[in-house]
Design a protein around this ligand. Structure first.
Ligand code: 5AD
Length: 353
């Protein structure tokens, strides 16, 4: 194949960047052969970098209180139907204990922007987790905070931070968020996290309301500029009690295509097959892996809290214990030729020589 789109894939594989038009063409072509070629190239890069291993991240959703009011999110401040909860310090440690016994080497402390989790409480929690599980990485995913706060958490031992940029177009950002939030601030936070030495993750929803191809091109250009260690990409899924309840879900095919493009752009990126993709498609996690993803984030949140952390409809799956979820996933991934591994899974550039 020597058509123009195939040469775009080759160019992205070798130069790791494309023009805006190049990205737009890759995102819009309907030729299934192109999709196949993109996936083949992405999987080759993923295998060269990481073999057939899939890294595990244990997700602990420690609070569903949120001071923000994002139009897409089920735990937004104005949703009064949510039963709010906060896990205790001890409950989080117990979760880590259980996770460590099951072979998890990364814990992701995720939650809404909850003022209760101030620096003192969070630093104490991170310090305790690192003291008890020194072989484990701690990832924080608790939204926008000050530079001082990010520094304090880093000093307490946090290794990584996930903060999706959601969309890299400021007008689109303003259509997804209330006026007190801004893309400029989000980007400032991400640059700060990078400069503080966090392994940093950004990312976006695919098919969020009002999103255009131009917006996705901007997302790719922003990722290209930031050079994050992780990129979280999942489809938008509506939540019934939000202003976006009536919008359709994002496209799985577009999500997969973006995963492959990001794999080619950043060969060593840690790319999760996201829960949202696994919610949209019964075999979404497998399809994500087969498009170039190399991370999954099983949920370690206790069952009593889990269903109250409903960012979108369908997120809460019937409570199965983590061990059987892991066994089930291991089998499903083995069936497509991949293997879940019990390593920390740091970004290669952060590994000590
Ligand atoms: N659909 C898909 N993803 C969502 N998120 C929040 N609400 C939704 C939704 N309705 C994502 C956002 C956020 C992450 C924690 O979850 O990208 O950053």
């Amino acid at each position: 194949m020597h058509d123009p789109i195939t040469s775009l894939i080759t160019k992205l594989s070798t130069e790791h960047r494309l023009s805006a038009e190049g990205y737009a063409q890759l995102l819009t072509t309907e030729d299934p052969a192109v999709q196949d070629a993109l996936i083949t190239a992405a999987v080759a890069v993923r295998k060269a970098q990481f073999g057939n291993g899939i890294f595990l991240r244990g997700l602990i959703e420690l609070t569903n209180y949120c001071k923000n009011n994002c139009y897409y999110c089920g735990i937004r401040r104005d949703n009064k139907d949510v039963m709010r909860y906060r896990m205790s310090h001890q409950a989080v440690l117990d979760c880590c204990q259980m996770g460590a016994e099951l072979g998890f080497r990364t814990f992701v402390l995720q939650g809404g922007e909850d003022p209760y989790w101030n620096d003192a409480r969070l630093c104490a929690l991170i310090t305790d987790i690192k003291a008890r599980f020194p072989q484990c990485a701690v990832t924080v995913s608790l939204g926008e905070r000050s530079e001082e706060s990010y520094r304090a958490l880093r000093d307490a031992g946090a290794d990584r931070y996930l903060l999706r940029h959601e969309t890299a177009d400021s007008q689109h950002y303003a259509m997804l968020h209330p006026p007190e939030m801004s893309l400029a601030n989000r980007m400032r936070c991400l640059r700060t996290l990078k400069s503080l030495g966090y392994q940093t993750g950004c990312g976006m929803m695919v098919g969020s309301p009002y999103q255009t191809i131009e917006h996705l091109v901007k997302d790719l250009q922003w990722i290209e500029a930031l050079q994050p260690e992780t990129v979280g990409i999942g489809p938008f899924l509506p939540h019934h009690a939000t202003p976006f309840a009536a919008f359709p879900a994002g496209s799985a095919a577009m999500t997969l295509r973006l995963l492959s493009i990001v794999r080619l752009m950043l060969p060593t990126v840690l790319l999760p097959a996201t829960t949202a993709l696994g919610t949209l498609l019964p075999d979404g996690l497998e399809q994500g892996i087969l498009a170039g993803a190399n991370v999954i984030m099983p949920n370690l949140t206790p069952n009593t809290e889990r269903c109250n952390y409903q960012l979108y409809d369908g997120k809460c799956t019937a409570a199965k214990d983590t061990l059987s979820v892991l066994r089930d996933r291991t089998l499903r991934f083995a069936a497509i030729g991949y293997e879940t591994v019990h390593q920390r899974g740091d970004a290669p550039s952060f590994l000590k020589p």
